[in-house]
Design a protein around this ligand. Sequence first.
Ligand code: AHG
Ligand code: MN
Ligand code: MN
Length: 335
Amino acid sequence: MSRKNQTLGEFIIENQSSFKYTSGELSRLINSIRLAAKVVNHEVNKAGLVDIIGAAGDTNIQGEDQQKLDVYANEKFIQTLTNRNIVCGIASEEEDDFISINSQDENNQNKYVVLIDPLDGSSNIDVNVSVGTIFSIYRRVTPVGTPVTLEDFLQKGNQQVAAGYVVYGTSTMLVYTTGDGVNGFTLNPALGTLYLSHPYMKFPENGNIYSVNEGNYNHFPQGVKDYIKYCQKEEGDRPYTSRYIGSLVSDFHRNMIKGGIYMYPKSSKNSDGKLRLLYECNPMAFIAEQANGKASNGFTRILDIEPTELHQRVPFFCGSINMVEKAEEFMQNAQ
Ligand code: AHG
Ligand code: MN
Ligand code: MN
């Protein structure tokens, strides 16, 4: 059950029992992400006010280490999840390798691992444009009380138990799924409380927005070029509108509400595209499918791709189901 204006805390408690694993551990985990998101939000919001923008490793006037926001966000999420002793492992876009959290301790019964993109769209920070955080949660596959291994992190996206994102936009929202639909919560900054503002979010089946970095057009595969030309053609409900923020979370969020497709294809410059399967594509694909949308690499369902390495990249097409299917049709026909 969900009521509009319910707080995230109330929502988590009320929905805990409907979740298939009822230990309460996942609820505590979502709660920690909520806390870390609020801390990062506070820092993102004052980005223009303090000396936080600048190269990591610089020192500010007080002689303190100055950090880029993506380094800061990475530390806050890892710190919160570690301090609360809630997960047994974390992998982050900002870390070369995964981190074990007391997983070798036989008394550690924590079952979940988290994968995060702590700050998505980081090139937008310096210009006051929305950025985000993406998270993805799996049950470990190795036994509890033994060290986590790469195998715990290299799971197919269809094994996710929860995924979500925070968008630090004109308002700050946390949107997540535990496999039972997608719900969005908006932060009341005066109270520091997140309220259910967008229950059961759904992608419209059709949309009229396409989001792609068209500067790379000449380097795209023929099928993608053909689909872009189709979007621009004067026919029926076309041409579609082009909107590209350059921050996956924000582009996805807008397209889920209004109807649209986000694309980061491979190109002659990036043979696998740019976006990371584990930190970006899988969580967004899980949310998209839970919201009646679709996500593919042009040929295969994202959630069925077998990961081979932590920082693996894949082409990504995601959004309103009919738009993604149309894009796939063009790519398959150009083969
Ligand atoms: P990140 O800031 O985590 O590295 O991710 C940036 C990603 C994604 O959010 C965005 O849509 C895309 O990179 C933009 O890439 P281009 O600048 O190449 O369009
Ligand atoms: Mn990112
Ligand atoms: Mn990032």
